[in-house]
Design a protein around this ligand. Structure first.
Ligand SMILES: [Zn+2]
Length: 61
């Protein structure tokens, strides 16, 4: 595993795009990405570990 660095590409969930998109790492907190910027809409947000925020709706299969 190579260590992540500032500006690296990382996949994460974007609330604006409403899907997993390519992001760039903007800041770190204790060796974990803290803030990322979506490469599609350029919005910055906290790194969500590729998970979408919990919603009350449960999607059925
Ligand atoms: Zn986005």
């Amino acid at each position: 595993m190579r260590p992540l660095r500032l500006g690296d590409d990382i996949d994460d969930y974007c609330a604006k795009c409403k899907r997993i998109t390519n992001h760039s790492i903007v800041s770190f907190l204790e060796h974990e990405p803290a803030k990322v910027r979506c490469r599609t809409c350029y919005s910055e947000h906290a790194y969500l570990h590729e998970t979408r925020p919990p919603t009350k709706k449960v999607r059925r299969k």
